[in-house]
Each structure stands twice: as structure tokens, then as C-alpha cells.
Design a protein around this ligand. Structure first.
Ligand code: NAP
Length: 284
């Protein structure tokens, strides 16, 4: 055990007992009953992690994810909680600790959009998106880091004392008209992630973000549902296909595993090249 005030002593890679993927690790995925969170939870569980399946309103969908994981021999627990509510987040972590003993991996995924032209945007629309997408990640990250710091590294489980992966967006760098609240929340996630990473790295805690491009989930159905919408979307994606939730699942497994042990404070874009300014592919 390491005391809260003392960073973990340096541990070089060869002293880590193993470079296995996620067996023996405990993960919490917020918003895990749908879309990206669901795919990430299933991917982590297939690599051996026991997974907390957080949801807000969709309990049946969360139970279906738990069933799917238990059917292939994994361990999972559904936990209802609003990530923007401090008390509910504390309760969710208490449930994780009570059931699984600790948390090694936090996937800060829960998020939403409430779109409006800027001059039509209500304070409630602005506030809800910031509360869930940014403050929700803050509350969950803070609870996770408290646990990581008081527990310290378990070298037989992972080289790190804990890993946090924020699901951000290409819109942490691409401005997005009509979605100012969303883009602002993801820009905030970027600087929050990097600043936390800088602060807690001496405790051997890794904090990174994954920035999806357009992924086929309910949040952006209008962008891929019809052929015309899909064709329009492809003008933004040099790789010329929409992302699937499993693309993010695979990236999250790698980011949570010791394979990425020396990676801290980055934004990993998983976007088929959406951030490559495709409008400049010709001319410019
Ligand atoms: P989704 O299918 O709509 O899933 C959103 C999830 O967030 C749901 O599980 C929802 O739970 C949960 N959620 C919403 N508010 C919550 C709250 N207050 N507390 C707890 N959970 C809450 O959307 P998605 O595409 O998978 O999005 C997941 C994340 O990826 C979001 O952060 C989003 O910004 C990001 N992202 C998505 C894309 C994309 O193209 N799809 C691109 C970039 C970034 P309930 O169903 O129970 O309400």
C-alpha cells in the first residue's frame, strides 16, 4: 500500500510481472448500455476484466449487456447512476468497491447532445451538456483517482495504479456550429484529461482520451441512417467508412492495458482521418 501523500516509487517495465491484457482487472464503464460504452464494456470483458455497466435510464439494455458478458463467462454488474450527480457517483463507486473490491480502469463514456443554433440555445441545454459530458467525467475521475492513490500499484495486475480513459470527440479540436455546448464540453475534457494526467503521473496513474470520429450509434443516427446522409458524411472521412463501436472497443482495450503503459495524457483520434482537414485533399 502507498500512502496518499507519497507517489509510487518508479517501477521500470522489466519489474512488472506481466504484460497480460486485462485479466484480474476491474473496470467501470459509464453509459455502458448503448453504443460506444456497450462495445467498450464487452471488449474489456472479453479481455478478462470484470465490468461495472453504468446506465441512466436504460436498465433493460444494461441488464442485456450484463447477460451477454456472463454468457461468455465474464463478470459484470449493472449500476444505475447519473454521472452529473455527485452523490450518485459516490454511490456507484461504493457499489463497485463492495462488489469487486477495487477499480483499476475507468472509462468515462457517458455523454449526450442537446443541439441548437447558438442564439436559440437555452441555459438549460448548455448546462445539461456541460454537466454530463464534462462535470460527469470530473466526478468519476476524482472518485477513481482517490481509489488508485490509496491502493497503489499491484504489479501482478498491472504496471499502473489505475487507468482513466475519457471518451472525448474529434470535436475537442474541430469547431461544430449548432453544437456549441457539445464542442465546449469536449474541449474541456481535453484540457481536464491532460491536466489530471500531469498531476497524477507520479502515482503511476495514466489518464488519456479517445476521440472518436463518426461512429454508428444512436447519438448520431441522422448522420448515417439514410443513403444521402451517409454519402454526405463520407465527404468528411478520408477512410470512406463510418466507424463502428467495436473500433473504439479495440482502442480502449489497448489504452487500458499495459501494452500502452508509457502513454499518458494523450488524445487518441480514432476517426478514419476526420481530423486531417479532408477539405484540403485537393487544392487549398
Ligand atoms: P449513445 O448510444 O446515445 O449512448 C450514450 C450513453 O450515455 C447511454 O448509455 C446513456 O445512458 C448514457 N448517459 C447519458 N447521460 C447520462 C448520465 N447523466 N449519466 C449516466 N449515463 C448517461 O451515444 P454514443 O455515441 O455511444 O456516445 C458515447 C460517448 O461517445 C459520448 O460521450 C459521446 O459524446 C462520444 N462520442 C460519440 C461519437 C459518435 O459518433 N457516436 C463521436 C464522438 C464522441 P441511458 O441510455 O441509460 O440514458
Amino acid at each position: 500500500m502507498n500512502s496518499v501523500s507519497e507517489p509510487n516509487p518508479p517501477v521500470t517495465m522489466p519489474q512488472c510481472k506481466s504484460l497480460h491484457r486485462l485479466s484480474g482487472q476491474i473496470a467501470l464503464v459509464t453509459g455502458a448500455n448503448s453504443g460506444i460504452g456497450r462495445a467498450v464494456a464487452l471488449s474489456l470483458a472479453r479481455e478478462g476484466a470484470a465490468v461495472g455497466i453504468n446506465y441512466l435510464g436504460g436498465r433493460d439494455a444494461a441488464m442485456a449487456v450484463v447477460d451477454e458478458i456472463t454468457q461468455f463467462g465474464g463478470q459484470a454488474l449493472a449500476i444505475g447512476a447519473d454521472v452529473s450527480d455527485e452523490r450518485q457517483v459516490e454511490g456507484m463507486f461504493s457499489q463497485m468497491l463492495k462488489t469487486f473490491g477495487t477499480v483499476d480502469i475507468l472509462i468515462n463514456n457517458a455523454g449526450l447532445q442537446q443541439d441548437a443554433a447558438f442564439d436559440q440555445m437555452s441555459l438549460a441545454q448548455w448546462q445539461r451538456v456541460i454537466d454530463v459530458n464534462l462535470t460527469g467525467q470530473f466526478l468519476c475521475a476524482r472518485a477513481a483517482i482517490r481509489e488508485f492513490k490509496q491502493r497503489g500499484v499491484r504489479p501482478d495486475i498491472s504496471c499502473a495504479a489505475g487507468k482513466i480513459i475519457g471518451i472525448s470527440s474529434v470535436h475537442e479540436v474541430i469547431p461544430w456550429a449548432g453544437h456549441v455546448n457539445y464542442a465546449a464540453s469536449k474541449g474541456g475534457v481535453m484540457m481536464m484529461t491532460k491536466s489530471i494526467a500531469q498531476e497524477v503521473a507520479p502515482y503511476r496513474i495514466r489518464v488519456n482520451s479517445i476521440c472518436p470520429g463518426a461512429i454508428r450509434t444512436p447519438i448520431n443516427r441522422a448522420a448515417w441512417e439514410t443513403e444521402a446522409a451517409y454519402d454526405q458524411l463520407m465527404t468528411l472521412i478520408p477512410y470512406r467508412r463510418i466507424g463502428e463501436p467495436e473500433d473504439i472497443g479495440r482502442a480502449a482495450v489497448w489504452m487500458a492495458s499495459d501494452e500502452s503503459d508509457y502513454i499518458n495524457g494523450i488524445s487518441l483520434f480514432v476517426d478514419g482521418g476526420m481530423t486531417l482537414y479532408p477539405g484540403f485533399a485537393e487544392g487549398g
